[in-house]
Structure formats: structure tokens, C-alpha cells
Design a protein around this ligand. Sequence first.
Ligand code: PMP
Length: 371
Amino acid sequence: MIQRAYLDNNATTPTDPRVVNEMLPYFSEKYGNASSRNHAYGWEAKEAVDHAREQVADLIGANPNEIVFTSGATESNNLALKGLLNEGDHFITCATEHKAILDPAESLNTKGINVDILPVQSDGLLEIKTLKKAISDNTRLVSIMMANNETGCIQPIKELSTITHSNQVLFHTDATQAVGKMPVEVNDLGIDLMSFSSHKMYGPKGIGALYIRKGSKVQPLIEGGGHEQGIRSGTLNVPAIVGFGKACELCKQEMEEEARRINILRDKLEQSLLSIDGAQLNGGIENRLPNVTNIAFSGVDGERLLLSLNGVAVSQGSACTSAVVEPSHVLKSMGIPDQLANSSLRFSLGRFTTEDEIDFTIQKVQQQFTS
Ligand code: PMP
């Protein structure tokens, strides 16, 4: 009988051993600086980065020169927003975004950028007409996340970008939770800029990318040696980039089959937990990622429940804000009352989740309601 279950894959995923293997030579054997143009050490590193850039671009249907490597999705979001918006511009986003969008938006607001944060419906989706009404002559950028980290809810990106483009406005999406879990094709979806991150898709932490459609002009946040077409200076983290590339390649090959398997396990977990008295699903059942379920256990303190699930790693609200105990802003903006939001837990499965872990989790949660 197992003693632990990791159901917090939306917080971070384990690095796939195949990814680690690919990275290893780039620490102590092939350690050149990818910007060293005058010797083989540099060429070798540059070649590895070029290959990884192709693997990353290939997963999202982009051109390799539209990929800018960053330290992760937080940086990519900051780069997209701060690199595009100027005083007097109007920026639109929505209430269920990650803090990595909402916090830079708030800071831009203090610098003379007009920020609109749109409400969502009870299923977590943004209505097309709400966006339509919000766009004005000064709107420069719309940013709507692809899949929500807490509920897994998937926004109608193509419809949203179509409205945005018909008003000659750029469309950015934080696709951190979507890329690698579902097909994402930037041209099909009409995406101009897109943030994503390696550690949510079985790659190493501290590396991510901003996709920038050719022709969009983004000002750098970090200036220095002119790396990444001058958009993000700093010596490239070659091992991490190689790992990110491999992670993308594996997702492309295995995503479809993996999503099917994970979906079955998620549904088994969800059905069992929803049979508990007072348990209810947060968010819509359609249009969501296959690996997440967010459940409110009415009348129960979520934090206490979480701590009592000895050995089960799940999360209450979003991990990035869990140092502060307050109801999740995502659930709140879906109209879920504070008390119910505070009694909610997020279970997120991944590539390495086993049926034993699911059974263990079901048993641990059910125990809390029968003892
Ligand atoms: N956006 C979303 C939707 C996320 O889930 C996360 C990670 N919690 C981030 C951005 C931040 O990503 P990173 O850890 O790569 O900075």
C-alpha cells in the first residue's frame, strides 16, 4: 500500500527522467556559452539552443524565431504587458487570471495605463459580448488566460481573439496550464503573444517562453548583451533550455494518449469525491482540462481538511498565494461564497499519477467524513 500521493501537478510537475538525461551533458561536458561565436564550445551550445527552440516552436505551431526564452511564465507575462503597454493605453484582462497577470496589471495602472478587469460567469468563462463591450479606441492589448490553474476551465480563445483582432487590438494569452496538456496552435487560435512554462509540463523549473508573433514590437524589461533578439538579455541557461525543448517534444508525442489516461483517473476521483455529502464541483464540467478537479466540501474548513489528508499533496486555491489564507480570487469571481471557496480543494493529476494514488486519495478523503 502506498503512503503518498502527489496530486498537485498544476503547482509543478516532476521533471521527466528523459528530460533530465537530455540536460545532463550540458552542465559539465558541453558547458559553452551559446553566445561564444569563436569556438566549438559556443557553437555546440548554440546548436543545442537552436534545436530546443525548434522543439518548443513545433509544439505550438510557431516559427522558432518567434520564441523568446524567459525564466518562466511570470516573467513572460510581465514582458508581454510591460513591454507593450504605454501611458494612455487601455488594457483588458479578466478576474480569474493568475497573479502573474493581475499584479503587473495593477502596477501598470499606477503608471497611467487604463486597466479593465472583466467579470466571468459562474462556469468561469468570459462571455464574448462582455469583451466586445469593453474594447475602446485606446485598447492596445487584451490578455485572457487559456486554461485556469485552479479550475482547469478553458476560455474560448479563438472567439476572443477574433473579436480582439476585428478591433485591431493585440491578443495575449497566459497558456501556462494549457500548453503540453491540450493542443495549442497559435495560428489557429489567433494568438499574438503567449506565455508558457517548462515546469508545468515535465521540464525543469526556471525556464519558460514568450511567443511573440512576427511583427509585434515588445520592449525589453532586461537589457544587456542583446540576447533573444534584444528582447531578453542574459546568458542563456542552456541545460534548462535543452530540457524545456525535450519536454515539449515529449508532450507533442504523448499528449493525446496521456490526456485520455489522466481524464479517466480524474473522473474516477471526481465521482468518488462528489458522492460525499455536501461535496460540489467548482466550475463548469465542460471546457476544462482533463487533469484537474476543484471540489468544495461544504461545511468543512478546507485548510484543516488539507492538513488531515496525511500524505496526499493537493492544494487549496492557487499554490502561489497559499502563504496568505484568503478565499481564492478565482472562485470568488465565479460567484462562489467565501465560506464555500474556503472549503475547496484542487486536485491536479499528471503524467506520473497512478491509479493507486487515486485510490489512496479517495480513501483518505472519505475517511475524514466517516470518522
Ligand atoms: N500563470 C499560470 C496560469 C500559472 O499557473 C503559473 C504557475 N502557478 C504562472 C503563470 C507562473 O508560472 P512560473 O512559475 O513559470 O513563473
